[in-house]
Design a protein around this ligand. Sequence first.
Ligand code: GCU
Length: 334
Amino acid sequence: MKYLTQQKWLLRVFSFALIALTSLMILSCSANKNRKTLYFAHSLPTSHPVHKGILIMQEALLKNSGGKLQIKVFPDGQLGSERETLELLQIGSIAMTKVSASALSNFAPEYQVLVIPYLFRDSEHLFKNLEGDVGQQLLASGTEYLLRGICFYDAGARSFYTKDRPVNSPDDLAGLKLRVQNDQMSVDMANTLGAAATPMAFGELYTALQQNVVDGAENNIPSFVSSNHFEVCKYYIFDEHTMVPDVVVIGTKFWNQLSDEEKGWLDDSAKQSVAKQKQFWKETVVENMKMLKEKGVEFIYPQKAPFIKKSKPIMEKLLMHPDLKPIIDQINAN
Ligand code: GCU
């Protein structure tokens, strides 16, 4: 594992050198205005339905622009964690990324509302909001922080999974060290429910689980499977505490350099990928659940009421925030 980590670092150093070199190339390419390439980094493996959505965007953009505007994808955390790729966008080293709204909430605080436990009634309620005024408002809110949201991708519902402890109620979470994403809302969520939140980057989690640094984590089914965490964790508990979507983001440094026509190509390609990605998501969940059952992972369907009740203080706290309250109220009213 140590060897793999070293390899990953080498790959990263190499990738940064590559970026530096190609930034020069991009500049020279854009100088002759014939072709522009947008570097797009994200942390998920290529088997993941979100990566497949990104490939649809890439394909659609190639077609829309006749090859004049292209995307080059760096998956699997090759260019760093979600926090790091967002920083690369801010300094203009790469153009685009796809991160969880949780990661983005560290930069653009409005996104915190999407991490509130049990805020959305179901995926219909989620998408009604993401694809309506609330979604538009959130995507635009990043611009102030040089991170312009392009679209949302389905990331299902997040649930806990553990190495060897079945969890049927929040009481069973007591004393469990659970990995959460690196943002305050995710930490508050796990702690409020009774666990000991352990924030870390997604790419570090497999080893952390293997080495008993943590007793479990929380994520959606496709991420649980594509990261191979199911090899180490034998219980998946469908408490479905959050429905945190993924967000495609472009750095404003690159966005502002695009012509209106190029912006139009990109927006249209994103739109095409959103519809397809939702389809990939549904298919993947069905396939993954079948595979997990065959591999002997135990599914637990606990009563949700005690989880909902115990996590209520999180929403109550955010409702005190004058900038966030109107967004939460709007979501609740929809
Ligand atoms: C999901 C999400 C990723 C995120 C990961 C995590 O898989 O799609 O963007 O990195 O959760 O838990 O860190």
